[in-house]
Design a protein around this ligand. Structure first.
Ligand SMILES: CC(C)(COP(=O)(O)OP(=O)(O)OC[C@H]1O[C@@H](n2cnc3c(N)ncnc32)[C@H](O)[C@@H]1OP(=O)(O)O)[C@@H](O)C(=O)NCCC(=O)NCCS
Length: 272
């Protein structure tokens, strides 16, 4: 695991580095330096991760309110592509948690794309954040090199950073690998180019636990198979909206074959 230096950012020159990182990560600027400065001063958080003096990742979070409680709403976290999957996202989140706790904040919320399996691994498996909502096309259409024109459907997650559950999990995380032995909502297969697709989906199941497979390579699919990527968006939208509105919640995220070309990724839904 790469060990970057993580610190709270306060200087304009560091915010400019976050602007450059946004352009590399999303292909566009979302939050300008002046807004970062104000956010930091007004109770939010901007943290940067530095390796060899280069800013390699950052978190940007607003002071906000949700369910009547003052929280941090983490609008953006990004790690430069060549530094991903080396634990920097996790370390940024943990540093943000420490800072937020020191400010009396008990929850950090954010959105993520349910089809981004790396984000799901980090958010649900490593951090123990909870999915609270599925929102259709949250940001509308926006030109992002990650989104590639897809509707911007998002899960809203809540990370109860002061809870015992999260504290215990971070102290002793348990492995979440292996295909969960529960009925599948979609039966998947590979197409001629090797991408996973749903042969059929079943929205009428009522078993206590169900699994929903997602592709492990959303970014590649969006560039090489945009039609299939859109189909995944629309199918998983139907699946999550249907099951979340009929008494199920997202109970976890599992991966199998982590270090092979056959990485498989599953959400588990549990009937409440
Ligand atoms: C999301 C993001 C910030 C995560 O940062 P990161 O440094 O890559 O995250 P970490 O390395 O701490 O954790 C990622 C985990 O996912 C795992 N992972 C990697 N590729 C994966 C895949 N295709 N499917 C499932 N899990 C995967 C990693 O192995 C790691 O778990 P591990 O430590 O148990 O091995 C980064 O990927 C990113 O900048 N993405 C683009 C922007 C974005 O989506 N931001 C978030 C929403 S604003």
């Amino acid at each position: 695991m790469l060990k970057p230096e993580i610190r709270i950012l306060e200087k304009l020159e560091d915010f400019r580095k976050c602007e450059a990182a946004q352009k590399t990560i999303w292909g566009r600027l979302s939050v300008a330096s002046e807004v970062m400065l104000v956010t930091q001063k007004a109770g939010g958080a901007v943290l940067g991760a530095f390796a060899r003096n280069e800013l390699v990742g950052f978190v940007y979070a607003l002071l906000a309110r949700r369910h009547g409680q003052i929280i941090h709403w983490s609008h953006m976290m990004g790690v430069l592509p060549k530094y991903r999957s080396q634990g920097i996202g996790l370390q940024l989140k943990l540093a943000h948690r420490d800072f937020a706790l020191s400010q009396g904040i008990k929850s950090i919320c954010w959105t993520y794309d349910p089809l981004q399996s790396r984000n799901a691994s980090l958010n649900l498996t490593k951090l123990k954040a909870r999915v609270e909502e599925y929102v259709v096309d949250f940001y509308g259409q926006f030109p992002s090199i990650i989104e590639q024109g897809l509707p911007t459907d998002r899960f809203i997650v809540n990370w109860p950073i002061a809870s015992k559950v999260v504290g215990r999990w971070l102290a002793a995380p348990r492995p979440t690998t292996g295909i969960p032995e529960v009925p599948a909502v979609g039966i998947t297969a590979r197409d001629s180019t090797g991408f996973l697709f749903n042969k059929n989906i079943d929205l009428g199941q009522r078993e206590p636990r169900l699994r929903v497979e997602i592709p492990p390579n959303a970014d590649l699919m969006r560039t090489k198979g945009p039609t299939l990527a859109r189909r995944w968006r629309l199918q998983t939208r139907k699946i999550f909206l249907s099951y979340l509105s009929s008494g199920y919640h997202v109970d976890g995220f599992f991966t199998e074959n982590r270090d092979s070309d056959d990485l498989r990724c599953f959400y588990v839904l549990r009937r409440s």
